[in-house]
Design a protein around this ligand. Structure first.
Ligand SMILES: NC(=O)C1=CN([C@@H]2O[C@H](COP(=O)(O)OP(=O)(O)OC[C@H]3O[C@@H](n4cnc5c(N)ncnc54)[C@H](OP(=O)(O)O)[C@@H]3O)[C@@H](O)[C@H]2O)C=CC1
Ligand SMILES: CC(=O)[C@@H](O)[C@H](O)COP(=O)(O)O
Ligand SMILES: [Mn+2]
Length: 394
């Protein structure tokens, strides 16, 4: 188990260093070089950016998705002492490096599950951005977190807000968690308009600058569905005590309602640096160079209920959580295929919930007692989604 409140140098692995969360994390590391050292980095395909990160942060080891990318990087970095790995073995080696205390889990999608679980099993604290890990395998992962007595600190802005709002309170005093959602770029679109929106429209999030997959998830509101499931596992609160409020300004990042009626929220400008820094430094806080929130000029803060008819993904995620077992993993897998297919122009925007609902409906749920079973359910969900698309689902 990592140290209690460590003010000395913290050694990090950053899984997904070339993504939006990865890059923000490295900017924080660059701002606080006395507090954080990068031991290992992982990328998928973006070896141009990874090369720059290696030159700046001098990690001991890096890993990329394919053997080909690893070879290409080795040629470019000939003479450098960095070890270059690839594939799932490379991810596991980076996630379990003996000198590392904390792993920032910022790979997108279920691809983050195996290395994140490996890190937990190796006793590493986790700064968790990769919500799909908990959606697919929340029960197994959180059991392992408790067994290893590691910390799983949320990076996701809503969960960071809840984590901060829960600080020092007993869980039996919590009545309800309220996750805020921006409503995405189509908050005011009617169903007919939603039929014809393009990937470019859907990628244009009103408040946050994020990777492509989560941007589409925000547009369908599957992001909030995934976050309801993530909150359930992180904070051990049942689905019927987790609510979602649309809050288009993304200033109130989420709220906790207590049984005496008190509601505690965390506010801030929409910038992931704050929750990332909080996860890195907890229980301390870093003196980030961050633009302050000025509520006197922020305008009106609005809240409204979500519309499950226009955004069925949120309802599907509640359903998956209530049914449990393999259904959330299957839903997540179907969503990943649906998002890729929408971005590739194979299905329309409303094809995303249509596809997920069909896959969920065709699934025979199974208890997920091992990681292998989770991976099987994930593969089944992907296969089923692809065959429905091949069969003409739009
Ligand atoms: N961006 C944000 O503000 C927020 C993100 N999150 C969550 O954090 C996670 C990361 O999101 P984000 O940073 O936006 O995503 P990005 O798409 O920007 O980055 C994803 C990262 O994962 C790597 N990657 C992708 N596929 C694989 C794979 N199969 N194997 C190994 N590495 C892979 C990418 O590598 P490469 O680019 O080199 O191919 C990249 O480093 C997601 O789970 C998201 O939901 C949560 C809250 C906010
Ligand atoms: C920054 C972050 O945590 C994202 O998950 C963000 O909340 C997405 O915005 P939506 O509220 O539109 O899903
Ligand atoms: Mn979020």
């Amino acid at each position: 188990m990592a140290a209690e409140t460590d003010t000395s140098m913290k050694n990090l692995t950053i899984l997904g260093s070339t993504g939006s969360i990865g890059v923000n994390t490295l900017e924080i590391v660059a701002e606080f070089p006395e507090q954080y050292r990068v031991i290992a980095l992982s990328a998928g395909k973006n070896i141009d950016l990874l090369q720059k990160q290696i030159e700046q942060f001098r990690p001991e080891v890096v890993t990329v998705a394919s053997a080909r990318s690893a070879e290409e990087l080795s040629v470019r970095l000939a003479g450098s002492s960095v070890r270059i790995l690839h594939g799932i073995e490379g991810l596991i080696e980076c996630a379990t490096h003996p000198d590392v205390e904390m792993v920032v889990a910022a790979i997108v999608g279920a691809a983050g599950l195996v290395p994140t679980m490996a890190a937990v099993k190796a006793g590493k604290d986790i700064a968790l951005a990769n919500k799909e890990t908990l959606v697919a395998a929340g029960s197994l992962v959180m059991d392992e977190v408790r067994r290893q007595r590691v910390r799983m600190i949320p990076v996701d802005s809503e969960h960071s807000a809840i984590f901060q709002s829960l600080s020092g309170q007993r869980s039996q005093d919590v009545r309800r968690l309220i996750l805020t959602a921006s409503g995405g770029p189509f908050r005011k679109h009617g169903l007919q308009q939603l039929e014809s929106v393009t990937p470019a429209d859907a990628l244009a999030h009103p408040n946050w600058d994020m990777g492509r997959k989560i941007s589409i998830d925000s547009a369908t509101m599957m992001n909030k569905g995934l976050e309801v499931i993530e909150a359930h596992w992180l904070f051990d609160v049942p689905a019927d005590r987790i609510d979602v409020h649309i809050h288009p300004e993304s200033i109130v990042h989420s709220l906790v309602e207590y049984r005496d009626g008190a509601v505690i929220a965390q506010l801030g400008i929409p910038d992931m640096k704050t929750p990332i820094a909080y996860a890195l430094a907890w229980p301390q806080r870093l003196p980030l160079k961050q633009e302050p929130l000025d509520l006197t000029t922020a305008g009106r803060l609005q809240f409204e209920p979500p519309d499950h008819e226009r955004f069925p993904c949120l309802r599907l995620a509640y359903e998956a959580l209530k049914v449990g077992d393999s259904l959330p993993a299957v839903m997540n897998a179907a969503n990943e295929v649906a998002v890729d297919s929408f971005l590739a122009g194979k299905i329309g925007f409303l094809g995303i919930p249509r596809l997920i609902e069909r896959v969920m409906g065709n699934h025979q749920r199974e208890e997920l007692t091992t990681l292998d079973k989770v991976l099987q359910a994930d593969r089944w969900g992907r296969r089923e989604a692809r065959s429905l698309i091949d069969g003409g689902l739009k």
